[in-house]
Write a protein that binds this ligand. Structure first.
Ligand code: B12
Length: 488
């Protein structure tokens, strides 16, 4: 099983990982899941190239290589596929990159597209009979009750900052720029609570006490099931356990459900990523983000923060209806909301989305999709001039990630945030991260004054939240490095 390396991106967290002495933020959950679907007699080895290199010994040992990747790993995936093929291995590939653009990979022998629960068994059966086809795909969506436990045993857990678990696939909403509904559908498919508890037990029994990311497209897609089934099971599971703080992705209507938020916090959730996109109602209508329209989005964010959930947010500029004032409006929104981790990108049109179809029809597709929506590039011609868009985008990033504004935002957030009752497990790596932050951020970096000011402020106002203040300062260090590289 081979997972190509990530470039240095917003979500790679490369610069932050150095503080905790980890190699990668998250494991390749797709490959761990696929590994569990292979014939039990097959010996399997995982090489996550974010953690270690593929060696000649690996190549001698293996007959067959399974690759997974996202578009953002396109070039490393191409390079490793060529190397595996040259070494005489049978090269099999699946996952988001190949679902979007398999034609471009000549060195791959077999593409197992879409969900492996449906497409892997026929491939394995044909392989056994000696007549495997080049492409296996499916227009159906898989029943997640059939998804096996990921093969945690293949991982060196110590190398990762966080583990991941998937509870649902699909999202009930249909934003025009998002390819999730094309990939995974609008009906929210779920695992059972028993499956999730078994996955968590698998991690806990292996000694994992770090954070766990529920990698759902929208965790609250089925609120009734959450409240009556999964969250009570997670609350019970957590009793007499330490660590394993959870985080996930959800839609803004989470703010409407106080009971759901309280149960999530009790179950150990401390963070949610929410697609806010834009404070402009007309642009929200343009992209069919109906769930965000006609709401007081800042009040929503604050309500979620007060419940004990830190909000991370995705923001987009470059909608057709964006006016020149949008850049300042985004800055004001981000600063006021106290969304410290604000992922701001230019509007891009991934293949398979309604936006892509519209751009194609209007002759506005202009480049290859980079796969990284925060790298300052876009594959579409914007309605406003490219220069104005780029300039405004740069202005947003310069502003929100400047030390002064970034640390101010952390204070805005900490003022609102209710400290979580479920705390992370203290590990040596955390102490080292603190010491490294004293040196790298508190002494060497440009924003050192703001760092100490924040810690002093937190000491007086919210001493229990000092760990959060340090973690967010480390994130800021990473974001500044990445943004500097992207908005040159
Ligand atoms: C977790 C996650 C992340 C993690 C990465 C974890 C990691 N190490 O891989 C983080 C937060 C870092 C991340 C970042 C990004 N992500 Co992301 N992420 C996800 C998310 C939410 C879940 C992925 C996951 O673990 N799924 C669970 C596993 C079980 O599913 P799976 O990987 O799809 O595997 C199944 C099949 O695809 C198949 N399969 C997969 N691999 C293989 C291999 C073989 C050989 C076979 C046979 C089958 C097979 O079988 C599996 C079982 O059915 C997905 C959305 C989604 N629901 O998939 C987006 C998603 C993968 N991310 C996406 C993107 C664009 C990004 C970012 C660029 C920015 C962003 N908008 O989030 C960055 C880039 C990464 C970087 N470091 O720079 C896109 C990728 C689109 C594409 N075509 O490439 C997705 C699909 C979301 C979307 N809306 O489009 N992401």
């Amino acid at each position: 099983m081979v997972y190509p390396e990530f470039p240095d991106t917003f979500w790679s967290f490369k610069h932050a990982l150095k503080f905790v002495g980890k190699r990668s933020a998250l494991p390749p959950l797709g490959l761990l899941t696929v590994a569990a679907m292979l014939p039990p007699a097959w010996p399997v080895r995982l090489v996550d190239m974010n953690v270690r290199k593929v060696t000649e010994k690996d190549l001698d040992w293996a007959d067959c290589a399974f690759i997974s990747a996202m578009i953002v790993q396109r070039d490393p995936a191409r390079r490793i596929a060529a190397r595996l093929k040259a070494a005489g291995l049978l090269v099999v590939a699946g996952g988001p990159l190949f679902n979007s653009e398999h034609e471009q990979f000549e060195d791959v022998d077999h593409f197992i597209l879409n969900e492996a629960e449906l497409t892997l068994p026929p491939f394995l059966a044909d392989l056994e009979r000696g007549c495997p086809k080049r492409i296996y795909s499916s227009a159906e969506f898989a029943d997640m009750h059939l998804t096996p436990l990921p093969r945690w045993d293949l991982l060196n857990l110590k190398r990762y900052a966080t583990m991941s678990i998937q509870f649902t696939r699909g999202c009930p909403f249909d934003c025009d720029f998002c390819n999730i509904t094309t990939l995974l559908g609008r009906r929210v498919r779920m695992k059972t609570s028993e499956q999730i508890i078994a996955e968590l037990d698998g991690l806990y029994d292996r000694g994992w006490r770090g954070d766990v990311f529920f990698v759902d497209d929208n965790f609250i897609g089925n609120r009734n099931f959450l409240k009556t089934n999964l969250l009570p099971a997670l609350i019970a599971w957590r009793k007499e356990k330490t660590g394993n703080v959870f985080f996930t992705e959800a839609s803004i209507n989470l703010a409407d459900d106080q009971i759901l938020m309280e149960m999530m916090v009790e179950a150990g959730f401390s963070k949610v990523f929410i697609g806010i996109e834009t404070p402009d109602n007309v642009c929200l209508a343009e992209c069919s983000k109906t769930q965000n329209r006609n709401r007081d989005l800042i009040a929503d964010v604050k309500r979620i923060q007060r419940a004990g959930l830190q909000v991370q947010g995705g923001f987009i500029v470059g909608f057709d209806h964006d006016q020149p004032s949008i850049f300042q409006r985004q800055i004001d929104f981000i600063q006021k909301s106290g969304i410290v981790t604000a992922m701001v990108g230019l509007l891009q049109a991934p293949a398979g989305t309604r936006l892509h179809a519209r751009m194609e029809k209007e002759g506005r597709l202009c480049a290859e999709f980079s796969g990284d929506n925060v790298d300052g590039t876009s594959n579409i011609i914007p309605a406003m001039s490219k220069e104005a868009l780029k300039e405004g985008y740069r202005r947003i990033l310069d502003h929100i990630y400047s030390p002064e504004n970034f640390y101010r935002r952390i204070r805005t957030f900490l003022r609102e945030y209710r400290p979580p009752t479920v705390r992370g497990h203290l590990e040596l790596s955390h102490v080292l991260a603190l010491l490294r932050s004293f040196f790298r951020i508190g002494i060497v970096s440009r924003g050192r004054f703001h760092y100490w000011k924040l810690l002093l402020w937190a000491q007086f106002h919210c001493p229990r939240l000092i760990p959060e203040a340090v973690i967010l300062s480390i994130y800021g260090y990473h974001f500044r490095k990445v943004c500097k590289a992207h908005v040159k």
